[in-house]
Ligand binder design. Sequence first.
Ligand SMILES: C[S@@+](CC[C@H](N)C(=O)[O-])C[C@H]1O[C@@H](n2cnc3c(N)ncnc32)[C@H](O)[C@@H]1O
Length: 234
Amino acid sequence: MRGWLVPPPHETVKSEEDFKREREAKVRRLMREGYLRSPRIRNAMLKVRREDFIPRPYRDYAYQEVPLPLPGMEATISCPHSYPLFYEPLGLDEGDRFLEIGLGSGYGTALAREIVGDDGLVVSLEIDPATFEFAKSNLGRAGYRDIVLVLADGGAGYPPLAPYDRICITAACHEVPPPLTDQLRVGGTLIAPIEVRDVQTLTLLEKTEEGLTVRPICEVRYVSLRGAYGVGGP
Ligand SMILES: C[S@@+](CC[C@H](N)C(=O)[O-])C[C@H]1O[C@@H](n2cnc3c(N)ncnc32)[C@H](O)[C@@H]1O
C-alpha cells in the first residue's frame, strides 16, 4: 500500500526506562552514522519522547528505522534518522522562524520547537483533519502550547507569519509550491522530497538575491503531497 512494510500492531510492553535507553542509543547511533551533528538537534532528539507521538499499537517500534501509520489518509511518522537528515542540511537553529508542511504526528514539530528555542517560531500545516487532531493532542499532552498549528493545504504556505528562515516539506511533490519559495526570506533554506518519474530526491533550496540554488542530497521515499500542488493535482 505505502511501499514499505508496517510491523504488526500490539499492546506496549516497553517501560519508560526501556524507551529512554532506546532513545539514547538511537542518538548515539545517528551521531556515529553521521546523520546527527549539531548539539541543538542532538539535545532535541534526546529530550522529545518519540513514543508519545505514535499510536499505541505501534509505540514499541518508536526507535526502529521504519515509518509507522498515523490516523488519517496515508499519513505516517517518518523514520528517526529522517529528522536530522532534513534538519542538518536545512541549518535549523536557535531563533529561526520555521514553517513545516505536513505536521503528521507532531514529533518533527516538537523537535523543531526545541531547536529554535524561545526566540524562534514554529508554524505547522496539515491537510488531513484526523492527522491534525492526533498531532494537536500529542503536542498538547507533551506541553507544547506555543506552536502555530493550522489545518489547511500547506501548498499555500501561511502568509500571516511570513517570511520564514527555514521551510520543510515532509511529503513528496513534483515541484516546490511557488507560494512557499515566495514566503522564504532571502538567505533562507527550504528542504523537500522532489519526485521525478517515480524517483524522489531530498532537495535543498537556498534563496539568494539572484534566485534559487538547488542541491540534491539523496534518494528518499515519502508519502505524496496532497492538495492544489499535490502529486495527483488538486
Ligand atoms: C511523512 S508525514 C509527516 C511526518 C511528520 N514529520 C512527523 O514527524 O510525524 C507527511 C504529512 O504530510 C501531510 N500532507 C500531505 N499533503 C499536505 C498538504 N498539501 N498540506 C499539509 N500537509 C500535507 C500528510 O497528511 C502527512 O501527515
